[in-house]
Design a protein around this ligand. Sequence first.
Ligand SMILES: Cc1cc2nc3c(=O)[nH]c(=O)nc-3n(C[C@H](O)[C@H](O)[C@H](O)COP(=O)(O)OP(=O)(O)OC[C@H]3O[C@@H](n4cnc5c(N)ncnc54)[C@H](O)[C@@H]3O)c2cc1C
Length: 377
Amino acid sequence: MESNSKIVIVGAGLAGLTAAIHLSKLGHSITIIEKNNFPKHKVCGEYISNEVLPYLDWLDINPNILNPTKIDSVIFSTTKGKTIQTKLPLGGFGVSRYALDFHLYQKAIAQQCKVIPETAVDIHFAYDAFTIHLSNNQILNADIVIGAFGKRSNIDQKLQRSFIQKKSPWLAIKGHYKGDFPNNLVGLHNFKGGYCGVSKVENDIVNICYLADYETFKQYKNIEEYQEKVIYQNPLLKSIFESFTPIFEKPLTISQICFDQKEPVDHHVLMIGDSAGLIHPLCGNGMAMAIRSAKIAAELIDDFSKNSIKSRKELEKKYTQTWNANFKNRLQTGRLLGTILQNQNLSEWLIRIFIKFPTLFSEIIKRTHGKNIAITK
Ligand SMILES: Cc1cc2nc3c(=O)[nH]c(=O)nc-3n(C[C@H](O)[C@H](O)[C@H](O)COP(=O)(O)OP(=O)(O)OC[C@H]3O[C@@H](n4cnc5c(N)ncnc54)[C@H](O)[C@@H]3O)c2cc1C
């Protein structure tokens, strides 16, 4: 690969913007394609593990200027409202995606990254190069394409990725609220067929975001009825929803959320963030994984540009190996936890075990999170 090679990133979420900031810091010229405008609210629990802080610092990104809340404890409740609370081994911070993604976007622009406000409609690879087709009929050429288009995109359809062929039973709903909630706490509350995260972001705002199974959800007329009949069965959630005041006119919703395995490299595109794999949101680690996977891809692409990685084949192999070494176990633990919590009896049983052996609860949290991201160059 030539040092002045063209690198195109599809998607300007956390993963895509982080990769752009990293690569442009190393002197690469970057084009990003993003279909949405900034700033924008996103369905997300908005709790970020502190493991990303050393790396953000290396990127000259200081999340403290966004006024995040510092979170060091988690409270977990069963469907019946039985609770256990513990310290989070590394802790984290709460900041809205509206503020964080916009901040990274501004940083990428300041580092001369070019953002094209269009939808990528197709990506082709032939003769060791890519062509990317955009919705305005523009065609871009690239030597490297980073796929950062999130959990589910039209590009997944185009590339015929296997997970997209199946229907997924999950939907998610998120809103911002005003209400009395401790700054340092993230709540993880179960209800029949789902779980709900509650934590504070900047400006004393509380984020409430839940994942629900579609089969149960569709039995009710609307979100309000579903909340009252299903979610309020957990007394803690009932008291939160009844006493908090919504800030959004309507909550945001997304559907077809899929936790199946994906390939970190597909059609020669290096996938980062949710495009490579989505961890169960109850682990609160998707954003840290998006940021970490961007770092892994950016470092290897830089090595490729300097010829210390000799071929595309070697680049793809190294990326796949490093991605699996970093994330495979976390995703598996997340899937297992998700399955247990889907079963009311199993989840009551699990919390009894946690109450008896609180260190086990901390151990599970550690297994779904990484250590502080080490800075190597
Ligand atoms: C209900 C729920 C709660 C969650 N809570 C948490 C939490 O509390 N903590 C945590 O760490 N993680 C959480 N996550 C996970 C976290 O939100 C994701 O892991 C994170 O957003 C991944 O970032 P990303 O950059 O990969 O994707 P995204 O942020 O989704 O970015 C993808 C971008 O690609 C763009 N795009 C897509 N297709 C195209 C196209 N064809 N052309 C151009 N642009 C395109 C989109 O517009 C978008 O901007 C949660 C997830 C869910 C579903």
